[in-house]
Design a binder for this molecule. Structure first.
Ligand SMILES: [Zn+2]
Length: 83
């Protein structure tokens, strides 16, 4: 990996430049973080909707509770499958 600041050639696994000590930002790190983050959000939202649906079901609000449960389960499935 070639340093963008001083042009020194470093090891491909290096996280910092050996000469000027600037930190290398890898594009793959950014993408990996995004991929990891979104399934978690989907899972958290899915769990929340499932709990909300269960509460609504216990309060006899059937139609809305069913929709909430299905949406929650779908989000949870997306989160689990893509994680
Ligand atoms: Zn450098």
């Amino acid at each position: 990996m070639k340093c963008n600041k001083c042009g020194t050639v470093n090891k491909s696994t290096a996280t910092h430049c050996k000469k000027c000590h600037i930190r290398f930002i890898r594009q793959s790190d950014k993408i990996a973080r995004k991929v990891i983050l979104s399934p978690r959000i989907a899972m958290v939202c899915g769990c929340f909707l499932l709990i909300l649906g269960a509460i609504l079901l216990s309060n006899d609000i059937d139609a809305f509770a069913t929709v909430t449960c299905i949406t929650g389960a779908a989000l949870l499935a997306i989160g689990v499958l893509s994680s």
